[in-house]
Ligand binder design. Structure first.
Ligand SMILES: CCC1=C(C)/C(=C/C2=NC(=C\c3[nH]c(/C=C4\NC(=O)[C@H](C)[C@H]4CC)c(C)c3CCC(=O)O)/C(CCC(=O)O)=C2C)NC1=O
Length: 169
């Protein structure tokens, strides 16, 4: 598990360099957004259950085949597994948001995920749509909470989307 600071130091230490202007600028930008990252994590955590449920409902409304016989989220067990996966993306996305680094996502969430999904027949394209819906809902929630500049919130979720779909988003 790494964060923006430890990743940067690790990088400079491996070549025995002092922090240069690039490093200082990166650190500064991380610390400048620090309070906003914590605020975003607070809002997300307080609304996590609602966000997951609402994003799931919108996904199933948009692609109703998923919850019809033959759909991958059909049956209570698989429906619940789908929402649980959405909850994983939200929770680990929030960790990465606070850390300012995607390492926790690579290590705990994305490793082997495509293979698992492929072997179970979990369709990736609708999963990507579900995460996109959830990201938009998070940003709307943060806007409601009075947060103005929430671009940094895109980073971890775009990272998941990119890794999952293997296309640029
Ligand atoms: C913390 C990191 C982590 C992740 C990410 C994770 C994902 C994950 N999702 C799984 C299943 C699943 N994932 C889904 C998800 C969906 N089906 C759909 O149609 C939708 C598009 C989508 C929801 C958006 C479903 C339905 C299953 C159950 C599939 C089955 O057992 O047939 C499984 C197989 C084992 C299980 O059912 O628990 C894993 C490992 N597990 C982890 O530990």
């Amino acid at each position: 598990m790494r964060d923006a600071v430890t990743t940067l130091i690790r990088n400079y230490d491996s070549t025995g360099r002092y922090l240069d202007q690039t490093a200082i600028d990166r650190l500064k930008s991380y610390f400048d957004t620090g309070a906003a990252r914590v605020q975003a994590a607070t809002v997300i955590s307080a609304n996590a259950a609602e966000l997951v449920k609402a994003a799931g409902s919108q996904l199933f409304e948009q692609i109703p085949e998923l919850i019809r016989p033959g759909g991958n989220a059909y049956t209570t067990r698989r429906y619940a597994a789908c929402l649980r996966d959405m909850d994983y993306y939200l929770r680990y996305g929030t960790y990465a948001l606070v850390a300012g680094d995607a390492h926790v996502l690579d290590e705990r969430v994305l490793q082997g995920l495509r293979e698992t999904y492929n072997s179970l027949g979990v369709p990736i394209a609708p999963t990507v749509i579900g995460i996109q819906i959830m990201k938009d809902m998070i940003k709307a929630k943060l806007a409601d909470a009075g947060m103005v500049d929430t671009d940094f919130v895109d980073e971890p979720f775009d990272h998941i989307l990119r890794e999952l779909s293997e296309v640029s988003v």
